[in-house]
Design a protein around this ligand. Structure first.
Ligand code: IMP
Length: 425
């Protein structure tokens, strides 16, 4: 039995959706354990594209059950819209296949208002959030004033909690941000209007995982965002508001750390980032534009162009250490085709010294200079390769060098967006 965690090894958008979709074919359960609809997982099956923000990517496999665990923050209307879209395509999204933990915190309109109001006010130091209310919802969870999915079954408690939360939020919105205050009764009415559709999905996620494990099924834990957006270990303050490292698969789902047997890190063959924050290997020249256009590097959630750059193995090595990857999936190798030279960042230089690790002081990563190794590129189209030996020699050498630098084997290589365009090693 393999209880596998899938983690984005960079700044998100590594192509985790495709890897989860593929691995979940053998799984009885897929669990999302953190983040919310700031994520955007794009999956392409037989030419049809599906973008999922909240519902686990395993939903495309008929026999897989998908659970949204306690560590997630869930926007009720986004969840229902996403479920409706899938249902319209004939995908079963009934509560038999999809569940939400009663402990999952809900994103309400004031979280989105505050997210956007704060970003607007942060002139010059914007985080570039997705504007989905993620940060303010996690703040409320930590401040112990959050609204949880289980509260939907207790309208009296839910109203009281929303009134209490809005006392403070409305003061902030009105006085500091000059936004219209929100009426607590309207906010409560709106969310309660969705309750009849949402409550059938409420479930005891830990019990469901326990039961599936007892039956011997494989379980997949689907990470969102990426390691370097982690609230503790990422490029603070340009991070998201949850722990994105593999350790949070435990706290975010209610399972003990000893439960997990395989931890797969997903990295692109290069690097991308959306939003603000340091990015040492960012390419602001034609090579960056080439990667963006060839790799269709536009955000699945916000449509923003992604910043593109060379693969950074200082970042990747830190991810290996923080997460304990057992193996790595490399995505988008095909995008590197036709670049005459491939650069891999192996270390940084800062104030005349070489550093092999990410500096931890705020702001320093923005000032390091990457030290590159160069390797010859490849011209052949690799998008039809189904075995490692079919790749051109220079592409194989690139993959092997990344393995050496990361210190972990690359078990899967994706050469296109379709399921079949994946080399298993
Ligand atoms: P938030 O998660 O919306 O608060 O945004 C915080 C930062 O994380 C911003 O730089 C976002 O662009 C980034 N971010 C959040 N979710 C994702 C994701 O799924 N992929 C890539 N970047 C993300």
């Amino acid at each position: 039995m393999a209880n596998t965690v899938i983690i984005g090894a960079q700044w998100g958008d590594e192509g985790k959706g495709k890897i989860v979709d593929m691995l979940s074919a053998q799984c009885s359960l897929v669990v999302r354990f953190h983040g919310g609809n700031n994520a955007g997982h794009t999956i392409r099956v037989l030419g049809e594209e599906t973008i999922l923000h909240l519902i686990p990517s395993g939903i495309l496999h008929r026999d897989t059950i998908c659970l949204i665990a306690n560590g997630v923050v869930l926007d009720p209307s986004v969840f229902l819209k996403e479920a409706d879209k899938l249902a319209a395509r004939g995908i079963d999204v009934s509560p038999a296949r999809l569940g939400i933990s009663k402990k999952t915190h809900l994103i309400l309109p004031y979280h989105k208002q505050l997210d956007n109001a704060r970003e607007a006010k942060r002139a010059g130091r914007k985080i570039g959030t997705t504007g989905r209310g993620i940060g303010p919802c996690y703040e409320d969870k930590s401040a112990r004033v959050g609204i949880r999915a289980g509260d939907l079954t207790n309208p009296v408690l839910l109203r009281e909690k929303i009134r209490h939360a809005l006392l403070e939020k409305n003061t902030l919105l009105r006085e500091l941000y000059k936004f219209e205050p929100l009426n607590p009764e309207t906010v409560a009415d709106d969310v309660l209007a969705l309750a009849p559709r949402l409550t059938p999905y409420l479930t005891d996620v830990e019990a469901r995982i326990d039961e599936a494990a007892a039956r011997g099924g494989d379980i997949l834990f689907e990470g969102a965002q990426g390691v370097h957006l982690d609230i503790d270990h990422g490029t603070y303050p340009f991070v998201t508001s949850s722990n994105t490292v593999s350790g949070n698969a435990a706290a975010g789902s209610g399972m003990p750390p000893s439960f997990f047997t395989r931890i797969v890190g997903v990295t692109k063959a290069y690097t991308t980032r959306v939003g603000s924050g340091p990015f040492p290997t960012e390419l602001l020249d034609d090579a960056g534009t080439y990667l963006r256009e060839k790799g269709h590097e536009y955000g699945a959630t916000t449509g923003r162009p992604r910043r593109c750059g060379w693969l950074d193995t200082v970042i990747l090595r830190a991810s290996v250490r923080l997460n304990g990857f057992t193996d790595i999936a490399m995505t988008k190798l095909d995008v590197l085709q036709n670049l005459p030279v491939l650069r891999i960042c192996v270390a940084y230089e800062f104030e005349g010294k070489r550093c092999e690790r990410i500096p931890q002081e705020e702001g320093v990563l923005a000032d390091v200079v990457p030290i590159y190794e160069e390797m010859p590129g490849f011209e052949d189209d690799v998008s039809g390769c189904t075995g490692f030996e079919q790749l051109p020699g220079t592409a194989r050498a690139y993959v092997r060098r990344v393995e050496e630098l990361a210190g972990v084997g690359i078990s899967m290589i994706s050469v296109g967006s379709e399921r079949r365009q994946t080399i298993m090693r």
